[in-house]
Design a protein around this ligand. Structure first.
Ligand code: ZN
Length: 145
């Protein structure tokens, strides 16, 4: 039964890119960095360590803090799309919250990095993704311009 569900072509219509980052992906990113996030993903663990919703919401910005370059944004998007392919998810609508992630480079650079990964997945994985920019109205506009 599990095999059948894995093989059926599927769509995923609500997923947050930053929320989809696995411990393994973060491990690859922080391999050579001294990051405080290490305490949340002990070696060989397949899950983050936190408790309850408040634990998750304190972990989330820490995860976002380690993806602060276009190269890392493209990498997490590619890793996400590989996971989608493994589950035969042929189309995903994905939220991305630029203001949570980045102060050091422009929204255009962030979107270009994601677009590179989308184009790669279209071509090489035959899995597709649309992006929904998630803007928090409570934040200053200059942060997302
Ligand atoms: Zn949501």
């Amino acid at each position: 039964m599990k095999k059948m569900f894995m093989e059926i072509p599927k769509v995923e219509l609500h997923v947050h890119l930053e929320g989809s980052i696995t411990p393994n992906t973060i491990r690859k990113i922080i391999e050579n960095e001294n990051s405080e996030i290490s305490q949340f993903i002990p070696k060989n663990e397949k899950k983050y360590k936190y408790s309850g919703a408040s634990g998750f919401f304190s972990l989330y910005p820490k995860i976002c803090s380690v993806i602060q370059t276009p190269k890392k944004i493209e990498f997490i998007t590619r890793e996400f799309l590989k996971q989608q392919k493994q589950q035969n998810i042929v189309y995903s609508e994905v939220f991305y919250s630029p203001q949570l992630d980045i102060d050091n480079f422009s929204l255009d650079e962030q979107l270009k990095a994601i677009e590179n990964a989308i184009n790669w997945a279209n071509r090489d994985l035959n899995t597709h993704m649309s992006l929904i920019i998630d803007v928090n109205r409570g934040l200053e506009l200059r942060k997302i311009e």
